[in-house]
Design a protein. Structure first.
Length: 471
């Protein structure tokens, strides 16, 4: 897992470490790591550091201090370094002295040309949108300059990834000690570029993880693999309640996801049986025993009773998606014994929360936590960075795979079936949701390969995604 910690947790670890080290040691480590990444970028872009034009945007706190000390290192290697303060009265004094001693200069405005801009305006001490003085500097970043953000791009909230107003968009973010949730969650995640983690010696063992991004090995460890003693029932039968006369395709796609998700068998319940069987003759039709239900894709309206019937089976895991989420009763969900996984997109999440879709999109982490808390169930919030929150609080998972090409009709139906198969195999709600999102995102990338993709192709690419994770 790639783990991210809240600002509060990072600050506590920093305090503990600082108490044991000489003053300034942590900032020196941070600045050394930052300068090394800057030098690497300059060497790659123009062959050498000597003679490069480097601009430091310097905020009033320690984030600015990091930038100044790193700038001093680059100046000692022959770069022309100009520091532009947000407030000339408030610059890290030690950092400023170091930069001046190394031959760097201070200017009141951002030079028109630069090879590299170092964003040291705000780090984990930034609150709310950028104030006008900071926003004015960000607007003046010269076109064509590589942008390195110090700790995080200024204007991105470190704990939530929220971006209120203008913010820096970086090519590389050099973050210190630990990932912050805002670097991995949109809209912030879209601003960070490549993230480089600099070890400054923080000890976060045992600290509460705020957000975690599974990697190949984590997902491989979750995926069920049949053994000599397996039979189709032990592998898990998935019941799919999906599709309608108007939307028969949703049933076909959810079934495709379930079959490709390793279900021993899929049982289809609904009015689209002909369409399902035409595509997948291996499907069983009609009610019977299942190890998990997937309810909702393409149901249309007026089918609440079928959703209620699945949820009433409190010992069987249930995934509720799409139309099934309409009017979902929190009391019923909370009362269930087996896993429940809700898989809304931003619009569906907004309807459940009674807020505007934009509110969910701007604060995805808060929205998914709030929903999971209200329903006491795992919630997978789809979108550019898919998040999966546990019902009982704790670390939220963020999916690191995926591609915007997945924003195509029916791809969510495939995801539902896939996650349902993993629930049927015995995974809990968060594990099933995050493993499914991971495979689905990989399959989307494989199927798209930089060109438009349709949902059936995502389902067809799932075996390749599965193999690549297990390799
Ligand atoms: N601690 C450590 O051990 C280490 C920390 N390290 C580094 O320190 C960074 C944290 O430094 P920090 O705490 O000084 O906060 P920082 O992010 O520089 O900003 C605070 C200043 O900004 C201001 N301000 C706030 N919001 C604003 C806004 N929206 N728009 C404009 N201004 C705003 C606020 O001003 P005020 O509200 O007081 O007017 C305050 O003065 C961390 O990210 C990392 O880079 C590394 O060296 C490794 C060791
Ligand atoms: N911008 C995006 N970047 C990456 N993935 C996206 C983006 N937008 C949507 N997706 C993914 O595409 C799928 C769309 O699902 P959904 O909205 O339910 O569509 P449908 O109901 O048509 O199947 C989800 O897996 C979602 O995470
Ligand atoms: K910054």
């Amino acid at each position: 897992m790639r783990t991210a910690y809240s600002v509060e947790t990072v600050r506590a670890a920093e305090r503990e470490l600082m108490a044991r080290l000489p003053e300034g040691a942590l900032m020196a480590r941070a600045a050394a790591g930052l300068a090394a990444v800057c030098a690497e970028l300059l060497a790659r872009g123009r062959g050498r550091v000597y003679g490069a034009r480097v601009v430091l945007l310097v905020g009033p706190g320690d984030n600015g201090g990091d930038a100044l000390y790193a700038g001093a290192r680059l100046a000692r290697r022959g770069a022309g370094v100009t520091a532009v303060p947000m407030d000339p009265e408030r610059m890290h004094p030690g950092g400023l002295a170091a930069l001046r001693a190394a031959g760097g200069r201070v200017a009141a405005s951002v030079p028109g040309r630069a090879d590299l801009v170092v964003d040291g305006l705000l780090g984990i001490g930034g609150r709310g949108g950028l104030r006008p003085a900071a926003a004015a500097l960000v607007e003046r970043i010269p076109a064509g300059a590589a942008v390195v953000a110090v700790d995080l791009p200024s204007g991105v909230d470190a704990d939530t990834g929220e971006v209120a107003g203008p913010a820096v968009t970086a090519d590389v973010t050099v973050t210190f000690g630990a990932y912050k949730p805002g670097l991995l969650t949109d809209p912030g995640a879209s601003r960070v570029g490549a993230v480089r983690l600099v070890d400054i010696g923080l000890d976060l063992d045992g600290a509460a993880v705020a957000l975690e991004a599974p990697q190949h090995a984590d997902v491989a460890a979750l995926l069920p693999v049949p053994t000599a003693s397996s039979d189709k029932y032990r592998r898990g039968v998935v019941g799919v309640v999906a599709g309608s006369e108007q939307y028969p395709g949703a049933a076909v796609l959810a079934v495709a996801g379930a079959l490709r998700g390793g279900a021993g068998a899929v049982r289809y319940v609904g009015p689209a049986a002909d369409a399902v069987l035409a595509r997948f003759p291996e499907v069983l039709v009609g009610r019977g025993r299942v190890q998990a239900w997937v309810v909702g894709p393409g149901l249309g309206s007026g089918r609440e009773a079928e959703v209620g019937r699945a949820l009433a089976d409190t010992d069987v895991p249930v995934l509720v998606d799409a139309d099934g989420l309409r009017g979902l009763d929190a009391g019923v969900v909370r009362g269930r014994r087996a896993a429940t996984l809700l898989t809304p997109h931003a619009g569906e999440a907004a309807a459940l929360l009674g807020v505007a879709r934009e509110t969910v999109e701007a604060g995805r982490l808060a929205a998914v936590r709030e929903l999971a808390g209200r329903y006491g169930a795992a919630v997978l919030l789809k979108g550019s960075t898919t998040l999966v929150a546990p019902g009982g609080g704790g670390a939220v998972r963020v999916n690191p795979t995926g591609t915007p090409w997945l924003a195509t009709a029916g791809s969510g139906d495939v995801l539902s079936g896939l996650a349902g198969a993993l629930l049927a195999a015995g995974l809990g709600g968060v594990d099933a949701g995050s493993a499914a999102a991971y495979l689905h995102g990989l399959a989307g990338r494989f199927a798209a390969g930089g060109a438009p993709v349709v949902a059936q192709e995502v389902a067809a690419a799932l075996p390749r995604a599965w193999r690549s994770v297990r390799d």
